[in-house]
Design a protein around this ligand. Structure first.
Ligand code: ZN
Length: 530
């Protein structure tokens, strides 16, 4: 099997994404996680940029990655300089990484207008920079900026850049689609034109046309053996090519070998989301929550029937899914909706044991579900609340605590902005405790006060993060006095994500239900299983 090297630039190009910011600690933790999951190269950043970047390399020098090769990123020397005395090149060497990525201009227009130098000097800069880094024993990856635009106007110059870099000793030549405007057909013809050169080619694509992954796969089909991209596809503008789609496609669909432990891919995707403080994209291919979801009814029925079917080429349930979700660490989800019949409910119960669709458990759960749904609960996007309902029906549910009372008070005075104070009295593990909090929003205050009251008995409560909160008014068309709201809350502990729901006329009480469900779900289902 041919090996394709995966080059992760989550911590360099990925940092250019809107809303993405990592602390030094985050960067180090992400690098370690990428390393453990089996990425071949990890680009850590630009050591000359600032102190945080330089410190990142210092930390990893003291405690190196175990498997992945760490790369520092920079550019070729400046026009007219010597690489030996160029600040960029010196900073790259000072980072003491085994791999150095240098970017050079591959579009004559940019050479002349941005660098304000000649095409010839650009070649000399590339040659000199690469030779200097090679002399110091580095593996050199040469990124060719705006390669595809340059190729359109002046393919011979593009070739001479590639040849110069190759002859200077670059280990990898990586054409970059820097502005993301290249089509798959163009990628196909460029890589075909370069076939037979014997050069080690890579691929670096952006997603401005929505084809970053397709372009990367096309490059590999035509001989590229290194793919640069980011986890979750985050990066400048519309993002970089998404490694979470590329890695499984290469391995499971195209029979290439990738070093990545694919079974941990979903976990890795969510871990990086958590660090970036971004809500995981449910619809992301392979690793999204919805990637292997099926609504009740026809689809679920087919999957049920396919469960035990052994057909070559199909995995369990493969008649409605393009692959077995467990191969990427994801899970199949059967969604509940008003359409849910007894056979869907029986299938949902499968996680907890084998229940016939005519069993009393299935009948009771179906009844309860209908009752809850008519009250406004919706479990399709709140699996955790649903599972608690299942535990109740099966007699396996246990309260985390007994509430005595909660009390919230919001106030605003002539000279101060609105504030909320909250108190909770409850009994957990036989001990009475009180929690209190002050803040602005009542739901946040309620959440903190509850954690405060529970933390002595259940320290895990402080490791859970609320990632999304949404509210919908259910019967806005009726008189305001009896309109109900439905609250959805998404949670994570950095590994698993789950969602809960609450419904009430009072938004605080609806939120309370979703909060309590979350802590109980974590305790009864996730925590106990670990
Ligand atoms: Zn890029």
């Amino acid at each position: 099997m041919d090996k394709v090297f995966l080059f992760d630039t989550t911590l360099r190009d990925g940092m250019q994404g809107t809303g993405i910011n990592y602390t030094l600690k985050d960067k180090i933790e992400i690098a370690r996680r990428l390393d453990e999951t089996g990425l071949d190269y990890i680009e850590g950043g630009f050591p000359l940029a600032n102190d945080k970047e330089a410190e990142f390399f210092r930390v990893l020098r003291r405690e190196p990655l175990s498997r992945a090769r760490l790369a520092a990123f920079g550019s070729t020397r400046k026009p007219g300089n010597k690489a030996q005395s160029d600040a960029h090149i010196q900073a790259l060497l000072a980072a003491e990484t085994p791999v150095v990525v240098i970017v050079g201009k591959a579009w004559q227009l940019h050479v002349e207008t941005v660098l304000a130098t000649t095409a010839q000097e650009n070649l000399a800069m590339i040659d000199d920079s690469i030779r200097t880094l090679k002399k110091e024993g580095r593996e050199v990856i040469f990124d060719l900026e705006h390669f595809f635009d340059g190729w359109k106007v002046h393919p011979e110059y593009s070739r001479s850049i590639l040849k110069t870099a190759h002859d200077a000793g670059a280990d990898w030549l990586v054409p970059c689609d820097t502005n993301g405007g290249t089509l798959v057909s163009e990628v196909d013809s460029v890589y075909k034109a370069l076939a037979g050169t014997g050069w080690h080619l890579g691929a670096h694509f952006h997603n401005d046309l929505g084809v970053g992954v397709a372009n990367s796969l096309c490059a590999v089909e035509n001989g590229a053996r290194q793919v640069q991209g980011t986890i979750n596809g985050w990066g400048e503008r519309c993002g970089n090519a998404n490694l979470c789609s590329i890695a499984p496609s290469l391995s499971l669909k195209m029979s290439f070998s990738v070093g990545l432990d694919l079974g941990r891919l979903t976990e890795l995707s969510r871990y990086v989301s958590e660090k970036a403080n971004m809500i995981p994209d449910r619809r992301q291919p392979f690793v999204g929550e919805a990637a292997f979801s099926h609504k009740a009814g026809q689809h679920a029925d087919v999957i049920q029937k396919a469960q035990d079917l052994q057909v070559p080429g199909f995995t369990r349930g493969g008649m409605m899914e393009h692959m077995d979700p467990s191969l990427v660490g994801n899970t199949r989800r059967i969604l509940l909706s008003e359409l849910a019949g007894k056979s869907t409910v029986a299938m949902k119960l499968g996680k907890f044991g084998t229940y016939d669709k005519n069993s009393k458990e299935v009948s009771e759960l179906t009844r309860l579900l209908k009752e809850k749904e008519s009250a406004g609960y919706e479990y399709e996007a709140a699996e955790a609340s649903f599972e608690l309902l299942v535990l109740k029906v099966l007699g396996r549910y246990e309260r985390l605590f007994e509430l005595d009372n909660y009390h919230l008070e919001s106030y605003k005075t002539w000279d101060r902005d609105s504030q909320t104070v909250g108190r909770i009295f409850l009994t957990a593990q036989g001990k009475r405790s009180m929690g209190a909090s002050v803040g602005v929003g009542p739901v946040g205050v309620l959440d903190k006060a509850l954690r405060n009251a529970l933390e002595a008995s259940f320290p895990f409560v402080n490791s859970l993060t609320l990632t999304d909160f949404s509210v919908r008014v259910l019967n806005a068309d009726q008189e305001a006095s009896d309109s109900r709201v439905r609250v959805f809350i998404s949670w994570t502990d950095g590994i698993t994500t789950w969602d809960t729901v609450g419904v009430h006329e009072n938004i605080i009480e609806a939120s309370w239900q979703a909060l309590v469900d979350s802590f109980e779900y974590y305790w009864l289902v996730i925590f106990q299983a670990r």
